[in-house]
Every structure is written in structure tokens, then in C-alpha cells.
Design a protein around this ligand. Structure first.
Ligand code: ZN
Length: 80
């Protein structure tokens, strides 16, 4: 491997530790729930999930789990 790539890999490892550098604007996730898979979307601060709970509450265990996984890289909604 050339020195240029080695340097980039080292930089990538450092960046990966600095999560606040990374801001997710939008993403789509297939979430394997206990019963069914659910599709979760995040788009510039707005979450959607196709589970029943989300339809009435606007948050659900799927969106909140992803908020935890992506902590520091997406704005976290107000705690309920
Ligand atoms: Zn959900």
C-alpha cells in the first residue's frame, strides 16, 4: 500500500473518533423489529417510521434506537 493511502487510513480512524464532524442529513434504515421489519426515514430533522406506535406518537423505539446509535451526528429530539 502506498504512503498516501496509509495516511488516509490513519486520518479516517481519527475522524471516526470525532463523531461531531459527521452530520447525517438524511438516511433510510430497515430496522429488524421483534415481530416485523420496519422502515425508518430521517430527513433533515424529520423522522418517519411505518410502525403503528409512530403513527400516533411521532417517535417510537426504532427512531429512538437510531438516535442513540447516531448520538452526536444527528440532532436529538426532545426527551419525552
Ligand atoms: Zn417504529
Amino acid at each position: 500500500m502506498d504512503n498516501g493511502m496509509i495516511g488516509k487510513i490513519e486520518k479516517a480512524k481519527r475522524y471516526a473518533q470525532e463523531r461531531t464532524r459527521i452530520h447525517f442529513d438524511a438516511l433510510t434504515v430497515t430496522f429488524e423489529g421483534d415481530n416485523n421489519p420496519h422502515t425508518v426515514h430521517y430527513d433533515h430533522g424529520t423522522w418517519t417510521c411505518d410502525c403503528d406506535f409512530f403513527q400516533t406518537r411521532g417517535r417510537c423505539c426504532h427512531t429512538m434506537a437510531i438516535e442513540i446509535v447516531l448520538e452526536g451526528m444527528i440532532p436529538v429530539a426532545e426527551k419525552v
